[in-house]
Design a protein around this ligand. Structure first.
Ligand code: KIV
Length: 271
């Protein structure tokens, strides 16, 4: 790899500079080698190995069931494919809440076994001890506030968060707490656009939104949603760039037809 191409690799420092010069940050999820290779080569800034793998890869209804071993497997696959983007791996539910030593051990396993660049945790003040302990080991941490899917059983619903003043104030306070602790960035999920813009203005670190409006420093989507592989999930914040479900289905139907009619394999497709 040449020095020029090395210089293009995205680091937490590069992301900070992007915020300073007002350049928006593009982030997407990936969970496997083939998809990560495409996403990375296309020029994405951050690849998130999200615990949304629990939904889109494993078919669970929430992010809660996915394990640390499974996240490490997905992380390894993505890191193997990624040359340019910063790779962030989600700490799954039950591997950091209420136990900072466990949080540190989980993060060290992710960093050692996947080669990722950072970890992401959901929550504010209540996970501060875990965040501090992970940071003290030199592991970059991305926060996640607003709608935090690992707490779905506490919220009871996936509706927009922080609409009322009390919750909005707590979110702003939590964002400052995470920044002061040393987090390099925060994801804000499904909150009013005005609040997203306020947090982005007040904080020095890059704020990445998913359903947090255009006033934040970057956007993140789940790649399966963007490509139209998932069909049922249609929140207002989602822009679908493709209907890959229909395209893949059409290709599979053509293949079935060709096999049944012995059109495949033809003379050129055999030995
Ligand atoms: O797991 C995930 O995909 C996420 C994004 C929705 C930010 O946390």
């Amino acid at each position: 790899m040449s020095i020029e191409s090395k210089a293009k690799i995205v680091t937490t420092h590069v992301l900070h500079e992007m915020k300073l010069r007002g350049e928006k940050i593009a982030m997407l999820t990936s969970y496997d080698f083939s998809m990560a290779r495409i996403v990375d080569a296309a020029g994405i800034d951050i690849i998130l190995v999200g615990d949304s793998a629990s939904n889109v890869m494993a078919g669970f209804e929430s992010t809660l069931p996915i394990t640390l071993d499974q996240m490490i497997y997905h992380g390894q696959s993505v890191v193997r494919a990624t040359k340019r983007a910063l790779v962030v791996v989600d700490l799954p539910f039950g591997t950091y809440q209420g136990n900072s030593k466990l949080a540190l051990n989980s993060s060290i396993r992710i960093m050692k076994e996947t080669g990722a660049d950072a970890v992401k945790l959901e929550g504010g003040r209540e996970i501060l001890e875990s965040v501090n302990r992970i940071l003290s080991a030199g592991i970059p941490v991305m926060g996640h506030l607003g709608l935090t899917p690992q707490s779905i059983h506490k919220f009871g619903t996936y509706v927009v968060r922080a609409r009322d003043e009390e919750e909005a104030d707590k979110l702003v306070e939590d964002a400052h707490i995470l920044q002061d602790a040393g987090c390099f960035s925060i994801v804000l999920e499904k909150i009013p656009a005005k609040l997203g813009a306020q947090v982005s203005r007040e904080l020095k670190i890059p704020i990445i939104g998913i359903g947090a409006g255009p006033g934040v420093d970057g956007q993140v989507l789940v790649i399966h949603d963007l490509l139209g592989i998932t069909q049922e999930f249609s929140p207002r914040f989602l822009r679908r760039y493709h209907n890959l479900f229909a395209e893949i289905s059409g290709a599979v139907q053509s293949y079935i037809k060709d096999v049944k009619s012995v059109d495949f394999p033809n003379e050129r497709e055999q030995y």
